[in-house]
Design a protein around this ligand. Structure first.
Ligand SMILES: [Zn+2]
Length: 371
């Protein structure tokens, strides 16, 4: 039956009617608030590109977590900024690592708050990649690459002075560094042990949900095995199953100080063009033992969220990432959009696409708006 018998506007006439027929509802129960924990005491360092977001020392993070809980947000996800970084991500799996310390304090001071621990190595590696970096050079091929990168005039090694000698050595060193930076790979299988070790260490410290975000193949199985062996059979895994290599992560890299020092993450994170491959990623993570799955970022990948919701029955999370947050904040600061309205509309869209759990820097704000 069409117009004039059918008039869809009938149910839009009043706020009460609109509320009655509302298909998608947001509650703070769906939110997870991401936090960045750093060394020190009394530290509350603003993240420049994310107004309202801070690097917090453990004591300040506990206060913030109490506030999050009191607003009705049930969960936080913790990221760490370690004292120092190295080539084996010691800060990620050390018993006194920054996230481990924050987790212990929060478990003690904020009972009832569910703690998620992001599991990745990039924040703790000196090179900023999510796994162990392996050079693909043999000594011979490195030598050849250095020689090929030098201009013919630079290859003449007859030097007349100490200065010239120093200069020639410097030229070689930087040529070798440049060559090395474009000839490396992230060693998938070697990284699994560190990811598993990190997960067990976080569970020991009181983290309730282990959330691997590194995108190495096979990491969910490796983590599940390690957790079970350490007797954490009831600790669930929320897998960042479909994590895309995205420009929207920009502000996070400032917040977590985790930008790769060379190259990018396209050899392990997903290509934004591929939705079928995202389904395969999710399927494999479920086979490996994931209890919950995640799509990241959220707003530019709503179709992936919808496809995942359609196809899989596990609890589904989406991460509204730093760039999504920063865009809304920046436009609002310029008076170009209505901040509160756009925050809620963006979260509603993610929920409508099918995400039951939303990781968002707006968690506190949205909980206030919903109260
Ligand atoms: Zn990472």
């Amino acid at each position: 039956m069409a117009f004039p018998v059918t008039r869809l506007r009938r149910l839009r006439r009043t706020a009460e009617l609109r509320n009655l027929v509302c298909e998608t509802r947001l509650t703070p129960d769906a939110f997870v608030y991401p936090m960045f924990v750093c060394p020190g005491e009394g530290v509350r360092k603003p993240v420049r590109s994310m107004p309202g977001v801070f690097n917090l020392s453990v004591d300040e993070a506990v206060k913030e977590a109490q506030q999050v809980r009191s607003l009705g947000v049930p969960s936080v996800i913790l990221f760490g900024l370690p004292d120092k970084k190295d080539e084996v991500a010691t800060g990620a799996w050390a018993d006194d690592g920054i996230v481990q310390r924050a987790a212990r304090a929060m478990k003690r001071e904020v009972p009832g708050l569910t703690l998620m621990g992001d599991v990745c190595l990039c924040e703790y590696m000196s090179h900023g990649h999510c796994g162990i970096v392996k050079s693909t050079f043999t000594p011979q091929s490195l030598g050849a690459a250095v020689r090929d990168s030098l201009a013919p005039s630079q290859r003449i090694l007859a030097v007349k002075s100490k200065e010239e000698k120093e200069k020639a050595i410097q030229t070689m060193v930087s040529a070798a560094a440049r060559a090395a930076e474009s000839n490396y790979e992230i060693d998938n299988d070697a990284s699994l042990g560190l990811l598993a070790r990190t997960s067990v260490s976080l569970a020991k410290a009181g983290i309730d949900i282990i959330a691997p975000s590194d995108m190495m193949d096979g990491r969910v199985a490796a983590i599940r095995r390690a957790l079970d062996q350490a007797n954490f059979i009831n600790t669930p895994i929320l897998s960042y199953a479909a994590k895309f290599a995205s420009g929207f992560y920009g502000p996070f890299r400032e917040a977590a100080d985790s930008a790769p020092q060379f190259g990018d993450r396209r050899s392990y994170q997903m290509d934004g063009a591929n939705v079928r491959e995202a389904m395969r990623e999710i399927e494999l993570d479920i086979e490996e033992g994931a209890d919950m799955i995640m799509v990241k970022p959220a707003l530019p990948y709503l179709d992936v969220i919808a496809a995942a919701r359609d196809r899989f029955d596990l609890p589904l999370a989406a991460y509204q990432v730093s760039g999504e947050y920063a865009m809304i904040e920046a436009a609002a600061q310029n008076g170009w959009i209505e901040r509160d309205r756009v925050i809620m509309e963006s979260l509603l869209s993610i929920r409508r696409a099918g995400a039951g759990i939303i990781l968002t820097y707006f968690a506190k704000e949205a909980a206030r708006l919903l109260a």
